[in-house]
Design a protein around this ligand. Sequence first.
Ligand code: NAD
Length: 256
Amino acid sequence: RRTYLVTGAASGIGRATAARLRDGGHTVIGADLKGADISADLATPAGRTGLVQRADELTGGRLDAVIACAGLAHPDPVTLRVNYFGMVASLEGLRPLLAAGTDPRAALVSSAIAIHPSDPAIVDAALAGDEAAAVAAAQAAVDRGEGHTIYGASKQAIARWLRRTAVTEGWANAGIPLNAVAPGTVVTPMTAPLLDDAATREVVDASLPMPLNGHARPEQIAPVLAWLTSADNTHVTGQILFADGGADATLRGETG
Ligand code: NAD
């Protein structure tokens, strides 16, 4: 029996993952804006600190796994605050609790969209850890009428952060695998409005073609996150596992 913390646990992929783990007999502490064990706004420094403090209180300072799913896709800088800075703060902030756990593991949700070109001003400022500069770059994209690019930039930045961080001090050398799942299109409240409209659905499908089984349900992504954060995973780290119905292989072919 393991103890997991799942962010974004009130909806979609996070909710399905938490449900699967609970069905497997594990203890899951869910975090979300509301409707979970811990209420925390990961767009804000206070919400990020609050998440870690509350998790510490609820677990006695020990966690066996963290799964960072919380995210949003608004054409607004808040998307960068949650998807990059919120995820980094969740994982770094909870790392001491993982260090006290058994067979500790961590995973985050990036996106297959991360392989598309994105705004380097946003990505570079995020990777430099400069939230004010990254948010300013995202606001500049909004001002140019390109706010829709913020989501892809946030997912590319977190994927690059993962590659860099998994093998740094306190992760691999502390025995903590850190991986990402990159889903293609998953049918959740985040994507439902896009998929319900024939025109936007066509744009989504052209951007991420999924020849294997089409759009996923959140319950089909949950087992991938569950395995990466299980004790069975001893040697997979720093990987971005595309659970995307073949989108990456279609778009990048042999060079991916
Ligand atoms: P969802 O909207 O169903 O769930 C996301 C959850 O994150 C919600 O419960 C929401 O309240 C929470 N959240 C948003 N802002 C937050 C904040 N400031 N603080 C705390 N929690 C917050 O969406 P989903 O599709 O399940 O998305 C889960 C993750 O998967 C996201 O990171 C998303 O970017 C990623 N993803 C989704 C898809 C897809 O097609 N649905 C594809 C690739 C990646």
